[in-house]
Write a protein that binds this ligand. Structure first.
Ligand code: F6P
Length: 751
């Protein structure tokens, strides 16, 4: 039985029971009252009449007695009066009664014999009658009896009326109460429950019945339930996503993603369509040094990751031309083919004025967005003039993208990073057919942290122009969705991890970026044959050391470089046996030094190196060698390969590809990786020695552990990490992202 039916039946039974009890009580009370009144009235009449009847009986005057009786009996509701002799036979009577009562009249006989008044109800011709008999006393003995007959049928009529009223009252109460109950139940319970169920179904399936996202029911008695269910649904979806993320990392992929496989896959997925990458940083930069023009590959994860993908896709990479000889090396349409030694794709350069570079790159991107997204306690700076330049440059990039994709059908546009947050919406507005992905290379903070950005809504709206937004890890996706939930009116689907707004849906997914993994791939043959000569390399930098550690960074405050050096200092204090035998080589590329925070950091790093070296160094040894310069991949690779350990101590980092590059370089399988728990890479490289870079003691102990670890354990850890990187190469990242983007259905497909 449904709850409403049960409620109606229960209410009806209760109301009926209460009404019946109440009616019985009322009938009983009324009956008592009416009978009492009847008895009193009869008694008074009888008393007054017996005064006159008794003398007439004694004087034996039947005619007079009869007249008295007839006259007296003619009163309202009094049916009559009868006088009986000693045997109960009628002496005088109201005429109508004479034939209707039995003789001898039993009550009269009993009253005479017992000499007391008798009363009760009798039936005379179907009509209830109250009879009161009292003995009549003479001077010496009883003379007979006298009976008063009162009509009592009005009592039954009155009691029937009470019954009828109660029945009507019962029906009216039942109807009203049931009606009100139904309204309240529907309004406050079944209605909201149905709404919650529909909303939960939509949460679960991601399908809306109306086509419009359903708003979670609020403000009702069930509001606490709704909020709990919403949390539950979100937690379940997050737990599932986390489990999926872990499973993807644990399971070996069906086969390794190599350059060749990605090439074949792209051919299949894109069917000849080109790929367009847009980023601030260009992959090849031309610098004039005197009369010589040098081409360098800038430091940073973005170029390391994307250049190999572009080499096999023959697409176009649109980026800022930041080298002082860049304009001299492009054609009339600002393009050139790269890499110089083996031209495989097109680089389209975009030019900025000094003001634009200042406001957009140094200002808004690197003094605002960068510290906003990295939680390293460096305060973000937001200036209106920077924001204006940021918007102008994003529009400038839009024009370049539109020129490049002109004539291309449903082009795939992969936008990179926080410099170009507005670009997805700007491109989509002008080319709705383009499939746009935005990959965010840095972390995404929680809503509270992001909330300090004065242009939070504009940034989010710009990003949500993309069809897919990618982060390195699920945690950053969750933070992003929470942020959108906090600051924009939109529908978040925690099952699909998507945001719908104004008819457009953006998927928000983790795509953990990676590096090449040489040697497993015909397109990327093993380039290095000889292990570099350790003694020669160390001699080149002027040190002799038994043990070697390496660090490779852009000099950035997020990388935890001073923290790392202080840990090395502590290590030498705690384990002095390594003084003279352990050297750490830092390959640090100065970066963004135009910004005071970076300029000061460089000075701070220099100061730390000098202080620690001065404290511990000997004639032929020093603990830290700081190679402050831009280093080529080959130079870096040589150090990776002779190092006993590599330290990645980021205070906060989206992924950190140095960690993966170091693993990929360890063909002999001996090096140990010390890795910050705050770098995205720590989710995949579980066999690194995971450290908290703020914990100096822990890092010093990690150094000791790395240098004293048994060869077998080092080899096993590295083997497992190499398998993780080998199965999740940059080709897999690109394959997953491109597949997800290419398979998105366009609005026309859906129509
Ligand atoms: O990893 C984040 C990132 O901004 C990348 O986009 C870039 O490759 C790297 O840092 C270097 O930064 P910049 O381009 O400012 O030198």
């Amino acid at each position: 039985m449904k709850i409403t039916k049960r409620l109606i039946v229960a209410l009806t039974i209760v109301i009926a029971a209460v009404t019946v009890l109440f009616a019985l009580y009322q009938v009983h009370e009324e009956k008592q009252r009416l009978i009492g009144e009847l008895e009193r009235r009869t008694l008074i009449l009888a008393d007054s009449l017996q005064e006159s009847v008794a003398p007439l009986m004694q004087s034996d005057s039947p005619a007079k007695l009869n007249r008295l009786v007839v006259r007296f009996g003619n009163r309202e509701r009094l049916r009559g009066v009868v006088v009986f002799d000693r045997q109960g036979t009628i002496l005088a009577s109201t005429p109508e009664l004479r034939q209707k009562i039995p003789q001898p009249f039993p009550e009269a006989v009993r009253s005479f014999l017992e000499n007391r008044a008798e009363s009760g109800f009798i039936n005379i011709e179907g009509s209830r009658t109250y009879v009161y008999v009292l003995p009549l006393a003479g001077e010496e003995a009883l003379l007979g009896t006298m009976a008063l007959f009162h009509d009592a049928s009005y009592i039954d009529v009155r009691l029937m009326e009470i019954g009828k009223h109660n029945l009507l009252r019962f029906l009216a109460h039942t109807l009203l109460i049931v009606l009100i109950t139904l309204i309240v139940v529907r309004w406050s319970i079944t209605g909201p429950i149905a709404q919650i169920a529909a909303w939960m179904r939509e949460q679960r399936t991601g399908k809306s019945r109306t086509g419009q996202p359903m708003i979670a029911p609020r403000g009702d008695v069930l509001a606490p339930l709704v909020s709990e269910v919403a949390h539950l649904a979100k937690s379940l979806a997050l737990a599932r996503a986390k489990a999926d993320e872990k499973a993807v990392m644990r399971l070996p992929s069906d086969s390794s993603w190599t350059a060749q496989r990605l090439k074949d896959h792209m051919q299949e997925e894109l069917g000849g369509r080109k790929l367009f990458v847009v980023s601030n940083r260009e992959p090849y930069l031309h610098l004039r040094e005197g009369s010589v023009v040098r081409c360098i590959i800038p430091a940073g994860g973005l170029v390391t990751a994307l250049d190999p993908v572009m080499r096999i896709s023959d697409g176009t990479w649109i980026a800022h031309g930041s080298g002082n000889a860049d304009r001299d090396t492009v054609d009339a349409r600002d393009r050139l083919r790269v890499p110089p030694e083996n031209p495989s794709y097109t680089l389209r350069r975009v030019w900025f004025t000094k003001e634009e570079e200042e406001g957009y790159y140094y200002g808004f991107s690197n003094e605002g967005m960068w510290p906003l997204c990295h939680i390293t306690h460096t305060r973000p700076l937001f200036r209106l003039e920077d924001w204006i330049e940021y918007q102008k440059v994003n529009e400038k990039f839009t024009e370049a993208v539109l020129q490049e994709i002109d004539g291309e059908e449903s082009p795939l546009v992969l936008i990179q990073d926080y410099h170009l947050a507005l670009l997805p919406l700007l491109v989509k507005k002008r080319r709705p057919d383009a499939k746009v992905a935005l990959f965010w290379h840095i972390p995404w903070p929680n809503p509270e942290s992001f909330g300090i950005c004065p242009w939070q809504q504009e940034i989010l709206l710009g990003m949500l122009g993309a069809d897919i937004i990618g982060f390195h890890i699920q945690f950053h996706c969750n933070n992003f969705l929470d942020t959108v939930d906090r600051f924009l009116e939109s529908k978040i689907d925690w099952e699909q991890f998507s945001v719908s707004r104004g008819g457009h849906t953006t998927l928000v997914k983790p795509f953990p970026i990676s590096v090449r993994f040489d040697g497993i791939d015909p397109l990327e043959p093993k380039e290095r044959v000889h292990t570099p000569d350790r003694a020669e390399l160390l001699a080149g930098i002027g040190v002799q050391a038994k043990y070697l550690g390496v660090g490779v960074d852009r000099i950035d405050y997020t990388k935890g470089i001073p923290e790392r050096f202080r840990a090395i200092e502590r290590f030498l204090e705690k384990y002095p046996e390594f003084i003279g035998s352990f050297t750490f080589v830092e390959l640090g590329a100065p970066s963004r030094t135009h910004i005071k925070r970076y300029y000061d950091l460089l000075a701070e790093v220099d100061e730390a190196v000098n202080r620690i070296n001065w404290r511990f160094q000997t004639a032929e040894w020093k603990p830290i060698v700081f190679l402050k310069a831009h280093h080529s991949h080959d130079e870096i690779d040589r150090f990776y390969r002779i190092a006993d350990l590599c330290m990645v101590t980021s205070l906060h980092d989206g992924m950190n590809l140095v960690a993966k590059e170091f693993v990929a370089s360890q063909e002999d399988g001996e090096g140990v990786l010390i890795l910050s728990q705050f770098a995205g890479a720590s989710r995949e490289l579980k066999d690194a020695i995971i450290v908290n870079p703020y914990d100096r003691e822990e890092m010093a102990d990690a150094l000791f552990l790395s240098l004293t670890m048994k060869q077998q354990e080092r080899a096993e850890r590295m083997r497992r990490m190499r398998r993780a990187v080998g199965e999740n190469t940059i080709y897999r990242w690109a394959g997953d992202l491109i597949t997800a983007l290419a398979r998105l259905r366009s609005p026309e497909d859906r129509a």
